[in-house]
Ligand binder design. Structure first.
Ligand code: HAM
Length: 375
């Protein structure tokens, strides 16, 4: 969870996650340390440190920390599960990585997660585009909100993220990244899209998708839950970061990956009702009017046989115990009174109705199992 602060500082001054949202401090040894805001940079740091054989495929899961204004779906501590692949720039890998994330959501049972995708081009393309955007927004300063004017000074790309109504007209007419892609980057993106189609992965081209971290090059994407009402509907995101290993002092190495935000994914699961309410009912409820010692033994016997069981306590009346049995929603009640103890039997009552019967105490497990499973 802790990382050398320098790893994140190298992600660039325009990265808001780094400049505005990072928890950092000096430890007792005078080292400057950060609580990690994300894990891709740490994976690249580990790559530079250990120089594993490529392609290097890794995954991670755990908490991250960002000093943001907490609200629904946006927390200061949140969990991610992610994967990264280093050493391959083949566009078919991009499609494989993206489809893996989509499969995760699908297998979880989510049906309303869409993929938004864009290409930010190579280093030079991105720079040209950023300059063109800056020039365009500068020429339309009057039409921008004060918040966006402040963002423009730091990073013109981020102005595209503005959700403010007064910025929308000027943003809609802004230059588009696709007109700035080099032919290599354009070709790479075309192949990624064709590969996705080949794998049956649906996507929406989103030329305003720039993402919050500045290390992205070429393919970038986000997974959006259309069922979430909150302002933060991205349940995951990722992309290529072909220059990052180099920026951290390693050899030129391409990389791509994604991180799924678990907190928001769980909110999406709730919104889609993916997890049914847990069934809390026990299979058998034991009623014992002789003091409770028999119920103790019967419950233990049932549980050891893998049959869930509960009982009433405090030696309450037959009526009170039967009420408790009703409330437990159990399939069967086992009733033990002094007559049954004397006869070496118990009474088995199907709670959904049907004949109750006396069964031999010795055949309890067998009879209960037969009643529950029909075998
Ligand atoms: P990210 O888009 O900053 O990307 O975060 C990925 C996901 O983490 C988001 O889509 C969201 O679900 C979740 N998330 C982010 N911030 C918060 C927050 N404050 N509260 C709750 N959930 C949050 C990255 O972190 C990149 N490292 C992804 C990546 C991997 N790119 C390449 N490889």
């Amino acid at each position: 969870m802790f990382e050398d602060l320098g790893v994140f500082l190298r992600l660039g001054e325009a990265t808001e996650v780094v400049t505005k949202e990072m928890y950092d401090f000096e430890d007792k040894g005078g080292r400057r340390v950060a609580l990690r805001p994300e894990q891709t940079a740490s994976v690249c740091r580990a790559f530079v440190e250990h120089r594993p054989v490529t392609p290097w495929k890794v995954w991670y899961a755990g908490p991250n920390f960002r000093y943001e204004k907490p609200q629904q779906g946006r927390y200061r501590q949140f969990d991610q599960v992610g994967i990264e692949v280093l050493g391959v720039d083949d566009p078919y890998l991009d499609a494989e990585v993206i489809s893996l994330a989509m499969q995760f959501y699908e297998r979880l049972g989510l049906r309303h997660v869409t993929l938004a995708i864009n290409s930010l081009g190579d280093d030079g393309d991105r720079e040209k585009y950023t300059n063109a955007l800056r020039a365009y927004f500068e020429a339309h300063r009057d039409a921008l909100s004060t918040e966006s004017l402040a963002t423009l000074g730091r990073n013109p790309l981020r102005v595209l993220d503005s959700k403010r109504a007064d910025d929308q007209a000027v943003i809609a007419a802004a230059p588009k990244i696709k007109d700035f892609l080099s032919s290599e980057a354009g070709q790479h993106f075309e192949t990624v899209l064709a590969a996705l189609q080949g794998l049956g992965v649906k996507f929406a081209l989103e030329d305003r998708l720039v993402r919050g971290l500045d290390y992205y090059r070429r393919t970038t994407f986000e997974f959006i839950s259309t069922e979430l009402q909150a302002a933060h509907t991205a349940v995951g995101g990722g992309g290529r970061y072909d220059g990052l290993v180099e920026a951290l002092g390693g050899p030129s190495t391409p990389g791509i990956g994604f991180a799924l935000g678990l907190d928001r994914t769980l909110l999406a699961c709730d919104a889609e009702n993916v997890f049914a309410a847990p069934l809390v009912a026990v299979q058998v409820f034991v009623v014992d009017t002789t003091g409770g010692a028999h119920a103790a033994q019967v419950c233990q016997e049932l549980r050891l046989a893998g049959i869930s069981a509960d009982r009433a306590f405090d030696n309450r009346s037959m009526k009170a115990q039967m009420k408790a049995a009703d409330r437990s929603n159990s399939r069967i009640a086992i009733i033990i009174g002094t007559d049954e103890v004397a006869a070496g039997t118990v009474v088995m009552r199907p709670m959904a109705g049907g004949e109750q019967m006396a069964i031999a105490r010795a055949t309890l497990i067998e009879s209960v199992r037969k009643e529950i499973t029909g075998k």
